[in-house]
Design a protein around this ligand. Structure first.
Ligand code: PLP
Length: 417
């Protein structure tokens, strides 16, 4: 079977074979095969991505855009080729709408500082939800403090679902920006972002979607979603760290002031003033992460050969399997039980601190995350200081989840009973 022929039926999905593409998954940890279940923090990298990044340094390393020599032309073509891959991947209208940044955090700060400061005034409102990552809260708090705007929050219910009545109620004549996670990193909740975008537009607001936890798990089409901005990090999509993307609608990006000054973002500079380069360069001051962008392009090629619909269907089935397994662990409570969830199992166990759970699992070669997951308001909402979180990728198998459950049983036997 070729990669392109995977159906969306998870039975067909060759996770075990795809694992062979990831060198790190072949190694053992603490004397045991690695069960890597910390994919929401960062994903592992396939050989194709490692090769693409190192081939750039080995064969065509040069600075881009300004060079007149062959290597610089090659590096520029590879960098801009990666931008075009991102454009196709997101179905953006044009490559100029794809801004390379360091990651989701930088993308959101760019919008908050550039669009936000230019368009918010005293009494204007920014609407977020109760399940946001700190990087979709703090940049807005900073911008609100700078402009006199007010941050509003649509809260979540006991399942971790955003209260849409409150969301609708909070959208008003003063709402200028709505910034929402596509998928929650702490709970796995998939937000109804298309509906939220439509409602926000009806209220006259622009919409930023934080796609950090969606981009590797579901096909994303920014035109179908209708959003104005979409942010994601390469490292959560099997690509290198330090590279990410801000998609923005051209009309908005054109009207926004630059947020960082330096080389490449200017057309002219004199001591009396400067003028700005065209999109996307206006927002890309300084030498970018060229190798990272090329690695991101390779990662996109890689996941597209598998197909995000097939990945999503397989992970969905794994999530259901893992949810059932965890349901049988004595004293375990899942945090985040939304009907529409992606790839995240967040939980607490009576009598065990999340960090102790993580330590016991680590001794069994099972890598998860324990803590507040950069979502302290979510922890507060559920009245817990921290959760343990197992998060999935397409290279995870049922066996990984069996090992998670076995190790959790051991932890309960050792510490609770
Ligand atoms: N938003 C969400 C939902 C996330 O899960 C994360 C990272 O975990 C971020 C934003 C920040 O991503 P980065 O640290 O790659 O900038």
């Amino acid at each position: 079977m070729t990669l392109a022929s995977y159906s969306a039926h998870s039975d067909d999905f060759p996770a075990a074979r795809l694992r062979a593409d990831f060198p790190i998954l072949q190694r053992s940890v603490r004397g045991q095969p690695l069960a890597y279940l910390d994919n929401a923090a960062t994903t592992q990298k396939p050989q194709a991505v490692i090769d693409a990044e190192s081939a750039y340094y080995r064969e065509i390393n040069a600075n881009i855009h300004r060079g007149v020599h062959w290597l610089s032309e090659q590096a520029t073509a590879a960098h801009e080729g990666a931008r075009e891959r991102v454009r196709r991947f997101l179905n953006a209208r044009e490559a100029a709408e794809i801004i390379f940044v360091r990651g989701t955090t930088e993308a959101i700060n760019l919008v908050a500082q550039s669009y936000g400061r230019a368009n918010l005034g005293p009494g204007d409102e920014v609407l977020i939800t109760g399940l946001e990552h700190h990087s979709n809260i703090v940049p807005w708090q900073l911008t609100c403090a700078q402009t006199g705007a007010v941050l509003k929050v649509a809260h979540i219910d006991d399942r971790g679902v955003v209260c849409m009545d409150e969301f609708r109620r909070l959208l008003g004549a003063r709402t200028r920006i709505v910034a929402v996670a596509h998928v929650s990193n702490a709970l796995g909740t998939v937000n109804p972002v298309r509906e939220m975008t439509e409602l926000a537009h009806q209220a006259g607001a622009v919409v930023l979607l934080d796609g950090a936890q969606a981009i590797a798990h579901t096909p994303v089409d920014v035109q179908a979603l209708g959003c104005d901005f979409y942010a994601f990090s390469g490292h959560k999509l099997y690509a290198p760290t330090g590279i990410g993307v801000l998609y923005g609608r051209r009309a908005l990006l054109e009207a926004m002031p630059p947020w960082q000054g330096g080389g490449d973002m200017i057309r002219t500079v004199s001591f009396t003033g400067s003028t700005w380069n065209d999109l996307p360069h206006k927002f890309e001051a300084g030498t970018p992460h060229i190798a990272g962008a090329i690695g991101l392009g390779a990662a996109i090629d890689y996941v597209q050969r598998i197909g995000l619909a097939a990945i999503g269907a397989y992970e969905h089935e794994l999530l259901a399997y893992g949810t059932a397994l965890l349901g049988d662990i004595p004293g375990l409570r899942l945090i985040g039980t939304a009907p529409d969830k992606a790839g995240i199992l967040s939980f607490v166990i009576d009598g065990l601190h999340a960090h102790d759970i993580g330590t016991v699992l680590d001794s069994h070669g099972v890598a998860i995350r324990a803590g507040h997951h950069c979502a302290m308001p979510v922890m507060e909402r559920f009245g817990v200081p921290a959760t343990a979180r197992a998060s999935l990728a397409f290279y995870n198998t049922h066996e990984d989840l069996d090992r998670l459950a076995q190790a959790l049983r051991r932890a309960v036997e050792m510490f609770v009973r």
